[in-house]
Design a protein around this ligand. Structure first.
Ligand code: NDP
Length: 391
């Protein structure tokens, strides 16, 4: 029985709070904290299990340290923004408390994400005898666990992985992002990148696309993006010769994005406006719908998985492992759309793996470094059943 401190009360934080409450045999005490306490109170009021709430600015390690000392958690789940990863990890190091997140660090003034900053903390976590689990969402997260499972149970060698991510749902807004707009737009407007035969190959943003037949939703146009799990999977999957990440976007979304880019609204550098410095992308975030509010009108499904090609017992083998998730069903259960749901459920399960000792280590780890089976078992039991199909 454990105490968990959740930081971040957006779309994903809402799901994590609901799901930890559902697994009350593991999460005895839950504290939900964010920059804006009223958002935490709103979420807590919709959950039957009582939970404490708190205000914290997670950009300031001293505030996080004070909160940790006050509530004494066994684990901090960071579902604020990637900018807060390092300050929260610093606070966990200072207080010797385990850490988990769903997205890797990126510096606010540079649209660039990589694991280096967090991997560099491995020795400090190890020396203090604590554990950090990175990227426990869906992608990264479940996709890494699918890879670990394929490596352990299906292949002698995996040669190629294509991670395929389709949101075939519709929220009814002309333009909205499914998770934090600032992080989402930074991710897709940077250069694409994939790994082949030992080297990274960079491409212009959204310049490579193809039609993919997504399980249970059918063919959709998907674009090659760089995504953070590629960096850790290249290290941990044996015999890998190529790994790519593909995500679908509708025409309407791409047209809006192109216009916003063309007029400078996706810039992340400050612009002087009437005596104030304004970062256009942050201002745009303030105008766009809150991802946590999209669920009420969302219809349709997400379909996310991994296609593997490799060798088993001397013969070639091609396999798809995937999950399909319905926006409306998620909304009915926890008041969230499927993108928040598919991130929040694995965050809770990653936390459960750590707190029950099924996944233990001292240092900083990625998901594919642990036994996939107990995690996959909980996915089936907590709302994200997965399937496999020979291709
Ligand atoms: P939201 O913007 O909806 O929520 C972020 C929350 O963090 C808000 O409550 C926000 O507060 C809070 N926050 C921001 N800055 C601070 C701060 N300095 N101190 C304390 N709290 C802060 O984002 P989402 O819920 O959509 O996404 C959460 C995370 O999940 C992101 O890091 C995102 O990248 C990640 N993600 C991961 C995925 C995966 O599959 N691995 C997929 C989707 C998302 P406020 O309300 O005041 O702004």
């Amino acid at each position: 029985m454990a105490t968990v401190l959740i930081i971040g009360a957006g779309g994903v934080g809402n799901v994590v709070a609901h799901k930890c409450a559902q697994a009350a045999d593991i999460f005895e005490r839950i504290i939900l904290a964010s920059r804006n306490k009223a958002k935490c109170d709103d979420i807590a009021a919709r959950i039957a299990k009582p939970m404490a709430t708190a205000q914290v600015d997670a950009d300031k390690p001293t505030e996080v340290i004070a909160l940790i000392k006050q509530v004494k958690p066994d684990l901090v789940i960071n579902v604020a923004l990637p900018y807060q990863d390092l300050p929260i990890m610093e606070a966990c190091l200072a207080t010797q408390v385990d850490y988990l997140d769903t997205a890797n660090y990126e510096p606010p003034d540079q649209a660039k994400f990589e694991y280096k900053w967090q991997w560099d903390l491995h020795d400090q976590f190890r020396e203090r005898g604590i554990m950090a689990l990175l990227g426990s969402g869906f992608d990264p997260g479940v996709t890494n666990v699918f890879c670990a499972y394929a490596q352990k149970h299906h292949y002698d060698e995996i040669h190629a992985i294509d991670i395929i991510d389709c949101n075939a749902g519709s929220h009814g807004h002309p333009f909205a992002t499914n998770f934090n707009p600032e992080i989402n737009i930074r991710e897709i407007t940077q250069k694409g990148k994939y790994w082949e035969k030992g080297q990274w190959i960079e491409i212009e943003p959204m310049s490579v696309s193809k039609d993919i037949d997504f399980p249970e939703v059918g063919p959709r146009r998907a674009y090659l993006l760089y995504h953070e799990e590629l960096e850790s999977l290249v290290k941990h999957i044996r015999g890998l010769q190529r790994i790519r990440f593909w995500m679908t976007f509708g025409e309407e979304y791409l047209t809006h994005l192109r216009v916003l880019q063309n007029v400078g609204m996706t810039r992340i550098d400050p612009v002087r406006f009437e005596g104030h410095d304004i970062v256009p992308l942050k201002f745009l975030k303030a105008l766009l719908p809150d991802p946590g509010s999209l669920g009420i009108t969302y219809a349709g499904k997400t379909s996310i998985g991994c296609i593997f090609e490799g060798i088993k017992d001397g013969r070639p083998k091609k396999l798809l492992i995937y999950n399909v998730c319905d926006h409306a069903v998620c909304f009915q259960e926890v008041g969230a759309q499927a993108v928040s749901y598919t991130t929040g459920v694995p965050a809770m399960i990653g936390a459960a793996m750590m707190l029950t000792g099924k996944w233990r280590g001292q240092g900083v780890f990625n998901m594919e470094q642990f036994d996939p089976l107990p995690f996959l078992d909980m996915l089936n039991r907590y709302g994200l059943p997965w399937k496999e199909k020979m291709l």
